[in-house]
Design a protein around this ligand. Structure first.
Ligand SMILES: [Zn+2]
Length: 490
């Protein structure tokens, strides 16, 4: 029931945002308040993203790498919302740095948020998949961790299930847990070993010898009358025999890098309904989170009802709504299956319980959802696209001033690949505004347009009495004023 209530709330929220977007300014004002502090005080580090390198992700599951961007484990950039309201600091031009605490329990350092990838064609109507109602779903964390607490137990957060690290790797059918060579691997549940040893004759992965050596367990419990398996891949040693019963916690193998593996790690899979590579499901929804942690799962559907594949989804901690924390991507079409209980198309695992803001941007809209992650439970986020508002009729009998975020008569045309950026001012005086390399004067209570290259840009706003605002922006291509807008107020 709790889950149902949550989903219903999210649906209500979707409608609220849609209305706010149509009206123009309400959602903006709220988000602007959230943005204010960081805009004023935080000397945000320049993202190291080479964000102009747009990754063109091929929709073909067997694709070879098409992008070379790798996560930079040392950077923790700040991704600012695309639409901001800034408040000028009273009196002091100097900025007050705020502490930027590292999130507790981050499994790996944060990394560069992705540039806006070229949208992948959408081919799958969500309604064609008979996805379950997440409001009715119940957690099925049947499995324990495959390592003791003395070792790493979390999967890599930059190569989650159903992603390919921006084309760097194969589409991931499991999760990778890095531990030194020889680390004992534990069975995650009770069952019987159905394969133990090399996969040179039995096809367990996308090709023979993919796992080098692997162990496959058929578990005693069935899910909706379907058999459930777990697979342990790339192991250096197999310590159980085929046909042998095992219990959760039994040591069954040792970590290795056999087969197609870059370094020692365990590749863990969950397979439901069959024991082949195509039967995998997301282990994040099967392995019990640690105490104090939960899982975020969700689904992204566009306004026409299509699944949005390979879509970047960002998670921000509620107390730092302008500071990008983690990123994942929705599943590609037709490569991995959603969970039978949840029907998700993305997950974040090992998320400390607490408040977060989930964001994703597509079809000219930024979708933002506040969520609360609860202890050892799944929090589901359903994002359903909202169609853009109809263009205003050419002649209106009683013209009224449009809200700040809406279309303006002098909106410039931009060449392909460029962006236009709107700065509005509620300041009763001129403001000198620098955006990237450009400087313009904003008249009192006026506005200006910039035509600029999309990507990250720093901005400063100086009033003649010495007050100053500053920040950083992620400017999207095109000329949709709601997206690329900054409002200054006193
Ligand atoms: Zn793997």
């Amino acid at each position: 029931m709790k889950n149902r209530a949550l989903t219903d709330n999210l649906r209500l929220f979707t409608v609220a945002v849609a209305l706010a977007l149509l009206v123009g300014i309400v959602a903006v004002a709220d988000r602007g308040r959230m943005a204010t502090v960081a805009m004023l005080g935080t000397p945000t580090p320049t993202p190291t993203s080479t964000a102009t390198a747009t990754a063109t992700l091929a929709p073909v599951p067997t694709s070879t790498p098409t992008a070379t961007q790798t996560p930079s484990p040392t950077s923790s950039p700040t991704a600012t919302p695309r639409r901001e309201t800034a408040t000028l600091a009273p009196g002091t031009p100097a900025s007050t740095p705020t502490a930027t605490a590292t999130p507790v329990g981050t499994p790996t350092p944060t990394y560069t948020p992705s540039p806006t990838p070229t949208p992948v064609p959408r081919t799958v109507l969500a309604s064609s998949l008979n996805l379950p109602d997440p409001g009715e779903a119940e957690d099925h964390f049947w499995f324990t961790r495959p390592f003791t607490d003395a070792h790493a137990t979390w999967g890599s957060s930059y190569y989650p299930f159903g992603t390919n690290n921006r084309g760097e790797y194969l589409w991931h059918h499991g999760i990778d847990i890095q531990n030194p060579m020889g680390t004992p691997i534990l069975a995650v549940g009770d069952g019987v070993v159905v394969h133990a040893g090399p996969d040179d004759e039995t096809l367990l992965g996308p090709s023979l010898n993919f796992f080098g050596q692997a162990l496959l367990i058929r578990h005693d419990r069935e899910w909706n009358d379907l058999p459930v398996y777990t697979l342990y891949g790339h192991v250096s040693k197999v310590l159980a025999q085929e046909g042998q019963p095992v219990e959760a916690g039994d040591v069954v193998a040792e970590v290795g890098q056999a087969g197609v593996a870059l370094g020692p790690h365990l590749h863990l899979e969950v397979r439901v309904g069959g024991m082949t590579y195509r039967d995998v499901r997301n282990p994040d929804l099967w392995v019990m989170p640690d105490p104090g942690y939960g899982v975020v799962a969700g689904r992204v559907i566009d306004a026409q009802g299509y699944l949005v594949p390979q879509q970047p989804v960002f998670l921000y901690r509620a107390e730092e709504p302008d500071r990008f924390w983690r990123e994942t991507f929705t599943y590609p079409d037709g490569v991995v299956k959603s969970d039978g209980e949840w029907g998700e198309t993305f997950t974040f695992a090992d998320v400390p319980a607490g408040g977060y803001v989930l964001k994703t941007y597509f079809d000219g809209r930024l979708y933002t959802r506040p969520i609360t992650v609860t202890d050892q439970a799944t929090t589901f986020v359903l994002i359903e696209g909202v169609a853009l508002p109809p263009t205003p009729p050419p002649s209106t009998p009683t013209p009224s001033p449009p809200p700040a975020s809406e279309w303006r008569p002098d909106q410039p045309d931009v060449p392909p690949g460029m962006a236009c950026f709107l700065v509005t001012s509620d300041v009763n005086g001129e403001v000198t505004f620098n955006l990237g390399p450009q400087t313009q004067m904003i008249p009192p209570n006026g506005y200006i347009w910039f035509v600029i290259e999309p990507g990250y840009a720093t901005w400063t706003a100086d009033m003649h009495d010495g007050r100053r605002g500053r920040g950083e922006l992620d400017i999207q291509p095109g000329c949709e004023p709601f997206v690329n807008t900054l409002s200054l107020s006193e």
